[in-house]
Design a binder for this molecule. Structure first.
Ligand code: PLP
Length: 440
């Protein structure tokens, strides 16, 4: 594979840009991949190598790279003029289209990134409940802000008891007080949620949860779990906030809240909203959302780039296409087929590996432990994952760089792309089966 240009760019960039990238998640050894262009299911790097993309903007690019309708809508806005810092009809149209799909929300406000949407949800929950603390699930990621970048991919040697996880900072430089204030609960354990939240009920404003834990692969809620949390939080006066940033517009047209039939008090969205453009949203019940309107007793909701027109044009064009239910139905159907084929290969070859997935998201776990929360997901064998990733890399397929992340395909991916993925995965399962055979 040619890497001369990537190496040159890294050498040039790393003196001015830490790690040569603008997000640590893209830092890689010996150098990050520097992309030149993308279309449909493919990206091409600066050396001209063609890659089948199974990262898809960390799940954001749901309709494929360079989707024509989205591109046209954005070009039109650029021609009309940005009107930065002003409202326009587009911001109402995008809100109407969003609420047409997300029927369990009554109002919506747009911002730019998922982290900002999470920050808004936290402020609003405090205003509404008069309480200050946030509860979250161990292992889930909701952005890099102090209150929520807690126990995100935590080091389990420091994380305490599984049923009463210790709140650990997700990185250096966070406010220690904020981190300690955050209440952490394990996923898929209603009893632990009940025990922990009951103790802190007078101080917890909101439970922030990814209804399916996609940031660490794909961990579905067990039957009754989300319903149980809905009842529990209502009884305790805690707001239930769904982070739909990865589930959004991939599991169903109305998000995970529609797929599982649960109405959260608030929800936050981004990624799938605008097919790769930076748009995020806070949505929810009218009487709660109204508390972000101007007013000294209300939560702040401001931002120069909130409702940024190119982003909203992309959002409207994306959501209009997603309204056609066949897109998500197909993503789910094809994910299911991928999961079944991978898992039947693993079973036939007696390899401890299982693919989880849905809505075009997927991730293999190399473990024989049933994956139901962060700790069981963390039993995945890192070496086996790296072998798998490298095999796909050799076949010019991009997948998530680490085992506790997630890969994704889009509606633009062809059947042959998915077959290629399965073939490459099978090669690795065969290698792993041989290694197991030698070891035993
Ligand atoms: C589930 C989830 N929530 C929140 C975020 C934060 O979003 P952003 O990167 O736009 O700040 C992410 C991003 O990876 C995410 O996957």
């Amino acid at each position: 594979m040619k890497t001369v240009e990537s190496t040159r760019l890294f050498e040039r960039g790393r003196h001015r840009v830490p790690a040569g990238t603008h997000s640590n998640s893209r830092a890689a050894s010996p150098h990050p991949r520097y992309f030149a262009r993308a279309k449909g299911e493919y990206v091409w790097d600066v050396d001209g190598n063609e890659w089948l993309d199974f990262v898809m903007g960390n799940g954001a690019v749901i309709l494929g790279h360079g989707n024509e309708q989205v591109a046209q809508a954005v070009k039109q806005v650029l021609d009309e003029g940005l009107g930065a810092g002003l409202e326009s009809e587009l911001s109402i149209q995008a809100a109407e289209q969003f609420l047409k799909l997300v029927k369990r929300a009554e109002q919506v406000r747009f911002t730019n990134t998922g982290t900002e949407a999470a920050m808004h949800a936290v402020h609003l929950a405090r205003v509404v409940t008069g309480r200050s603390r946030i509860a979250k699930i161990e292992g889930s990621y909701h952005g890099w802000w102090d209150e929520v970048f807690v126990s995100t991919w935590p080091d389990l040697s420091k994380a305490g008891e599984s049923q009463v996880p210790t709140a650990l900072p997700g990185g250096a430089g966070l406010n220690e007080v904020s981190v300690k204030q955050t209440v952490v609960i394990p996923f898929n354990d209603l009893e632990a949620a009940r025990d922990i939240l009951s103790v802190h009920q007078d101080s917890v404003a909101a439970l922030l949860i990814e209804p399916v834990m996609i940031d660490v692969g794909f961990i579905a809620p067990e039957p009754g779990y989300l319903q149980g949390l809905r009842e529990l939080t209502s009884n305790l006066g805690i707001l239930l906030v769904f982070d739909e940033i990865l589930t959004g517009f991939r599991l169903s047209t109305g998000g995970a809240q529609e797929a599982f039939g649960i109405t959260p008090d608030l929800s936050i969205w981004s990624k799938g909203l605008a097919n790769g453009f930076p748009v995020a949203a806070l949505a929810g019940r009218r009487e709660l959302m109204e508390r972000t309107a101007p007013g000294s007793d209300n939560a702040p909701f401001v931002g120069t780039f909130n409702g940024y027109r190119p982003g909203l044009a992309a959002c409207l064009a994306t959501l209009k296409q997603i309204e056609d239910k066949r897109i998500i139905r197909n993503l789910n159907k094809r994910s299911q087929a991928l999961v079944e084929a991978f898992n039947s290969n693993a079973k036939e070859l007696s390899v401890a590996a299982v693919l989880h997935g849905g809505g075009g998201h997927f991730q293999p776990y190399f473990t024989d432990v049933p994956v139901k929360d962060y700790r069981s997901a963390a039993t995945t064998n890192g070496k086996a994952y790296e072998l798998w990733r490298q095999e796909l890399d050799t076949q010019r397929m991009l997948v998530a760089s680490r085992p506790l992340l997630h890969s994704a395909f889009s509606s633009a991916h062809s059947d042959s792309a998915l077959e290629g993925f399965l073939d490459a995965s099978r090669n690795i399962l065969i290698k792993l089966a041989k290694e197991n055979h030698v070891e035993s």
